[in-house]
Design a protein around this ligand. Structure first.
Ligand code: NAP
Length: 310
């Protein structure tokens, strides 16, 4: 694939930073420019070499780019698109990395002029860390990236973006946006809300258990705390913009939880055993699909940190 001439990263955090490093490593961009809200983030991105130049405005970064990546929280997409729309070069590809797709499409598409190709995307890779220093080049390796192009999307633009993600190490799938939002509500959004809740409950109990919550947290709770350390702005926006799908899944979750609660109260061991046998098989399926490793510490070694897809 010929490299993009000028890539503009709007937002310079974990995802954009990882893209910059992965693109540089694979020679996918002749130059990378960027914009972030704060001067401090822009300075760090320049200092650590994520970008060749920075701009104080999103429009300044996006002008003359042949690829623009929107890598800001979902709630900020509309205002960024409104700002950059009039400055985009004809033929430019605009994509995003937002964790929700339908709401982002509704927020961004109306602001893009004809002749600009919008191909929404979502890399299912992340960590609980954020900011420009959190990025690393291998974040997307062997992770899925879902593209949700509209039906009339330019096939060449879609192919080019697919090739870019593949060259950054990802496996690419195409899906329609509502389906993406439902799948992610199950696999990521509802689990994050459950982790936030569980950590909140433990925090409420802290006075009773004192430091035991921390001391014995290896037994399952630790993974909840890791997920619940994720960026508050990003996750607020995810829930507000994937409201219907998340509420649908949480409704089902609550029903299942009540059923398990009833089984415990009635001492229905058969129900519990059958349920846990079914869930264990799901875990095996994830390992067989190469999306995790069967190792203690949940396979989270320093070389494999891209384990928290959102
Ligand atoms: P992040 O590390 O918190 O970085 C967000 C970046 O956006 C920062 O550079 C921030 O700049 C900038 N920003 C925020 N509001 C802005 C605004 N109004 N105008 C301009 N810049 C603004 O976030 P991230 O984890 O990279 O997430 C970025 C996107 O990727 C989100 O849409 C998220 O849903 C999606 N995503 C995240 C993950 C994950 O696990 N983290 C995974 C897949 C997709 P300042 O530093 O100056 O505030």
């Amino acid at each position: 694939m010929p490299p993009f001439r000028r890539v503009a990263l709007i937002g310079l955090g974990l995802i954009a930073g990882s893209m910059a490093l992965a693109m540089r490593r694979a020679g996918l961009a002749e130059s990378i420019t960027g914009h972030a809200r704060s001067a401090e983030t822009r300075a760090v991105a320049l200092e650590i070499g994520l970008v060749d130049s920075v701009h104080a405005t999103a429009a300044g970064a996006a002008a003359e780019a042949d690829l623009v990546v929107l890598a800001v929280p979902v709630g900020a997409m509309a205002s960024i698109a409104r700002e950059i729309g009039p400055h985009l070069a004809p033929g430019c590809i605009v994509t995003d990395v937002g964790s929700v797709k339908q709401a982002v499409i509704e927020a961004v598409a109306p602001h893009l002029p004809a002749g600009v190709h919008f191909v929404p995307g979502h890399p299912l890779a992340g960590t609980e860390h954020s900011g420009p220093r959190a990025g690393f080049a291998t974040l997307f390796r062997n992770r899925w990236c879902i593209l949700t192009p509209p039906e009339d999307a330019d096939p060449q633009a879609v192919a080019r973006l697919r090739a870019l993600w593949e060259a950054m190490g990802a496996n690419v799938d195409l899906m329609d946006a509502p389906h993406h939002d439902l799948v992610l509500a199950v696999t990521s959004h509802a689990p994050h809300l459950i982790a936030y809740t569980m950590v909140g409950v433990a925090d409420d109990l802290r006075r009773v258990t004192d430091s035991e919550v921390i001391k014995y947290s290896a037994a399952g709770f630790r993974d909840f705390t890791r997920i619940a350390a994720s960026d508050p702005t990003m996750w607020r926006d995810v829930f507000l913009s994937n409201k219907a799908a998340t509420l649908e899944i949480l409704g089902r979750f609550t029903e299942e939880l009540f059923a398990l609660q009833r089984a415990i109260r009635r001492e229905d061991g058969d129900h519990l055993h059958a349920y846990f046998t079914r869930t264990r098989a799901i875990r095996r399926g994830i390992i067989e699909a190469g999306q995790d490793v069967d190792a203690p510490d949940f396979g989270r070694s320093a070389s494999d940190r891209g384990d928290s897809a959102s």
